[in-house]
Design a protein around this ligand. Structure first.
Ligand code: FES
Length: 585
């Protein structure tokens, strides 16, 4: 790590013709560069900084701490550790705030704000003087937003996940957010779990700082950050509250200082087409969150790389699920970490990975995999000969109901429902679902197919995690635990069930989902990757002719909501804004 030498890090005196670095870059425009730099330093000197400090390479550090984001409760400690690492390496840390998003505090849904966070992060990294940046994130949409920003700015960047929570306990049972949140809430709804018990569980589901500790979106994205090469080995799985997390934060700070001096590698050199294919492979092998497919599509699009759904499906046919974590398996992130984490997992599937890919540390993926910790007798990371599931966690479906694709996490589904034809019971919107879903007079049976529409990117808006909507109350009370549910929504990575998601194009733009009527027959055939609405084409054409778009959402005539409605893309394009593709010049 060359940046460790104090002298070598003092490279902030730009020579004529060199690209300005450190405090000299990105000056505010006053028409006099010297004055701009003088003023910038004068303001910083109010904080007691010396010229020596201000002449160092600068490492920006995002502060995503917020009282509204309990998952990021350890961010202040991580920032201190990153700063220590930066200064040990002779560079200058500069902490700056960005938007922070927590799942439970984002109306209408966190996905609505992901692109805003990516734009905020991109523009603040671009606007402020920094030679590299440490992106500290974790709660579901934050790491995707930061990766999208890093891809767009293309300045040297290292991602530091906040890490998962430790597990909770209740009456001898291990609890994990949020697979067990949904399971126990379902039992409470069904009347088999008491009010007192659900109150106690609410105190124990999220017992520490950190992100959800099952293989939900946050944990999935932690593994993906590592696989892409954008974070240090196993930085995705070290528990949020362990001292190892502070050590990896310090190491991240040192690495970022070295990258500031070397002015590389840049995200575009790390996040290559091969790196994305590696990430898709790991996504299948960990039984990861369906959301990660949308996020990876969006990050790749920022770099001009197209994620093909068929390629993802094909990877899933070759790569088994090897990680025994909820919701596909039994364990939690801390167990995955102590079993060797993502590096160890990659060792089991290395034949499917491009090991030449570069990581931020300067090491190849091969070197990272070779250094994986071998833990004797661990059972959390299986071998391909003894997998959790023979094939990957997710499948891509096509058919007249999803011409641009749909996704199912079949590793978390009921096997008997994966080939099933049933009668459609349609809910026209989330409001309709809320109004009628629990009506005791609702005409619904356990072998029906529940359809929710107008819950996609434009329809909801923001494509909420509503796809794993509850089984109607009367069936839940009769003991029905799973039914086929299909929608243009997403679902939480922590959810389970036979749930078809991300139907594209969505119903709000006139996709075929808009044409389904209660009583139609729908055929799901996951082994053959089909989802079909069994209605004659002529009848569908007549329905399409009579279809009218839902009225615009309140607020969509202005501001961010208006921007979102005008420019958001469909699920197969990552739900990014159409104007945030790769830079043209
Ligand atoms: Fe933050 Fe689950 S709510 S990671």
């Amino acid at each position: 790590m060359a940046a460790g030498k104090r002298g070598s890090a003092k490279n902030n005196k730009s020579r004529k013709g060199d690209k300005p670095t450190g405090m000299r870059q990105g000056l505010a425009t006053y028409g006099d560069a010297g004055f701009s730099l003088f003023l910038r330093k004068a303001f910083l000197k109010a904080g007691g900084y010396t010229d020596d400090a201000l002449d160092r390479p600068i490492v920006g550090i995002t502060n995503t701490f917020s009282d509204y984001n309990p998952c990021h409760g350890n961010v202040p400690d991580l920032i201190e550790a990153v700063k220590r690492g930066v200064m040990l390496a002779g560079a200058m840390p500069m902490v700056f705030p960005t938007i922070s998003i927590h799942e439970s505090f984002s109306h209408p849904t966190s996905m609505f704000l992901r692109n805003l966070m990516s734009m905020d992060t991109e523009e603040m990294v671009r606007a402020q003087p920094m030679d590299s940046v440490v992106l500290i994130g974790g709660c579901d949409k934050t790491l995707p937003a930061q990766l999208m920003a890093a891809a767009s700015v293309d300045r040297p960047a290292v991602v530091l996940p906040v890490g998962p929570m430790l597990v909770g306990h209740f009456k001898g049972e291990v609890l994990g957010a949020c697979t067990d949140c949904r399971r126990l809430w379902g039992q409470y709804r069904a009347g088999t779990f008491s009010e007192a018990d659900i109150d106690k569980v609410s105190e124990r589901l999220a017992p520490t700082k950190g992100t959800c500790m099952v293989m939900g979106t946050a944990s999935t994205m932690g593994c993906i950050v590592e696989t892409l090469g954008m974070g240090l080995p196993n930085s995705g799985s070290i528990p949020a509250t362990h001292s190892d997390r502070l050590r990896v934060a310090e190491a991240t700070g040192k690495l970022a200082a070295e990258m500031a001096v070397k002015q590389g590698p840049k995200p575009s050199e790390i996040m290559t087409e091969a790196a994305f294919r590696n990430a898709l492979t790991v996504l299948q092998a960990i039984g990861g969150s369906t959301n990660a497919l949308v996020h990876l599509t969006a990050v790749a699009r920022r770099l001009g790389i197209r994620i093909e759904l068929e390629e993802f499906d094909e990877i899933g046919r070759q790569v088994p699920v090897l990680v025994d974590l909820k919701p596909s398996g039994d364990h939690y992130m801390e167990h995955f970490h102590w079993a060797g984490g993502n590096s160890r997992l990659m060792k089991e599937i290395r034949g499917h990975l491009d090991e030449k890919c570069l990581t931020v540390s300067g090491k190849s993926l091969k070197q990272v995999i070779d250094a994986a910790e071998i833990v004797p007798n661990q059972t959390v990371i299986r071998t391909p000969k003894n997998p959790i599931k023979e094939t990957g966690g997710m499948a891509v479906l096509r058919g007249n109901l999803a011409p641009r694709g749909a996704v199912i996490k079949h590793s978390a589904a009921t096997p008997a429902l994966l080939t099933h034809t049933g009668r459609a019971v349609v809910f026209d919107s989330l409001e309709d679902l809320a109004a009628r879903g629990d009506d005791p007079d609702l005409d619904v049976n356990a072998d029906d197919v529940l359809v929710l529409r107008n819950a996609g990117p434009k329809g909801a808006p923001g494509m909420p995690e509503a796809g794993s909507f509850p089984i109607p109350m009367k069936l839940a009370r009769a003991g029905v635990k799973d039914m086929i549910r299909i929608s243009d929504a997403r679902m939480s990575g922590t959810a389970f069930g036979t749930i078809v998601l991300h139907i594209a194009p969505e119903s709000a733009v006139g996709g075929p989902l808009a044409l389904v009527r209660t009583g139609d027959r729908i055929a799901l055939d996951v082994p053959n990757r089909k989802i079909e609405l069994l209605v004659p084409a002529r009848e569908l054409a007549a329905r399409k002719k009579a279809w009218t778009a839902p009225p615009p959402h309140p607020g969509s005539d202005r501001g961010y909501t208006g921007l979102f409605h005008r420019t958001v893309l469909q699920a197969d394009e990552g739900v990014d804004f159409d104007f945030l593709g790769p830079a043209k010049g």
